[in-house]
Design a binder for this molecule. Structure first.
Ligand code: SF4
Length: 330
């Protein structure tokens, strides 16, 4: 484990513009070319919206499945792939792609149906990987065996929406699952050596900075492979909008967000890939904070803050001798 962290830290250092383990760079190293994720909307629903668990959904979730920027599910998966691949090749000179099932709960169907959908998403010759976003209470052995079967030919991830390790918060935001569900899902996933990414939200109602950092600590201890960090934003038509307008909830300033993200990164092992730390939210529906649109400005602020602290991902990990990590930057 120690050697693994050291290697990861050396890689972070090689890219002197970033002091954290950027997922895009990680992909470039694995495939030796530009690899982009393509968001796919396969028309799934969510048990927290269709009445199985609740009809209201999470308090921040908009009707498109929260933070999803995927295509209309009126298009076939093949068509969605073709359209995105052409656009990303022309615009960014992307060469390979990962099909990312993003909208709603992408394991919420019988395994036979899942196989048809996942197979379709891998049908293009330039697709090298599969990433599946889902809830931790919507996974079982049968589904994981199917997902694991793709590992011999593709680079495979499962992305679990966790948001917070605190059940009090999960109840408040109406997640409809517990932290224990997440632990169980990660254990089952790790048994098959499928890579796991946890989605977390900074700025959830009622959480102190200490609460948020405890989430980082626990994810580090669980050996999670990747983390996607969202800022809690208020979208039109959500329950959170009502709380915000009633003055029951305030969004974070960009300064506070940057400070918390940097603290969060310091607690994650250098080997954990960081899938996102800035931007997102549907511009058309965004009510607050307006600065969320300024993705590159926020990324710059994070870089500058880490530099100012002379810090980096993993700095506060107690399991690694900090002096060894520090020496890589001296
Ligand atoms: S689990 Fe995801 S899709 Fe379902 S209500 Fe919550 S945020 Fe929305």
């Amino acid at each position: 484990m120690y050697i693994h962290h050291q290697r990861a830290m050396s890689k972070i250092k090689e890219d002197n513009s970033k002091r954290y383990n950027q997922y895009s760079r990680h992909l470039q190293e694995i495939f030796n070319c530009k690899v982009y994720k393509i968001t796919i909307d396969a028309g799934f629903s969510c048990p927290n919206r269709d009445g199985t668990i609740s009809k209201n959904g999470c308090i921040f979730c908009d009707t498109s499945g929260s933070f999803s920027q995927a295509h209309s599910n009126l298009l076939s998966i093949e068509k969605q792939l073709e359209t995105s691949i052409t656009r990303l090749k022309n615009r960014f000179k992307a060469e390979k792609f990962i099909s990312y099932f993003q909208a709603f709960t992408n394991t919420y169907a019988p395994v036979e149906k899942l196989k048809v959908l996942y197979d379709s998403a891998l049908s293009h010759p330039d697709v090298v990987g599969l990433s599946i976003g889902t809830r931790p209470d919507c996974i079982d052995d049968e589904k994981l065996d199917l997902i694991s079967s793709y590992q011999k030919d593709y680079y495979v991830w499962i992305e679990y929406g966790l948001q917070s390790i605190h059940n009090k918060t999960l109840n408040y935001i109406n997640r409809g699952h517990s932290f224990e569900d997440f632990v169980r899902a990660v254990e089952l996933t790790k048994k098959r050596a499928i890579k796991t990414c946890a989605h977390v939200i900074i700025g959830l109602p009622g959480e102190t900075k200490q609460d948020m950092l405890e989430t980082a600590k626990v994810l580090a201890a669980m050996g999670i492979d990747g983390v996607k960090i969202h800022l809690l934003c208020v979208l039109e038509g959500t329950e959170l909008e009502n709380l915000y307008k009633n003055g029951d909830f305030q969004v974070l300033s960009s300064e506070k967000y940057v400070e918390t993200v940097c603290d969060f990164l310091e607690m994650l092992p250098p080997s954990t890939t960081i899938h996102r730390i800035a931007g997102n939210g549907l511009k058309k529906l965004l009510i607050a904070p307006k600065w969320l649109d300024e993705k590159f400005k926020t990324l710059n602020m994070i870089d500058k803050e880490l530099e100012k602290r002379n810090s980096y991902q993993g700095k506060c990990l107690t399991r690694i001798a900090n002096t060894d990590l520090q020496s890589m930057y001296d």
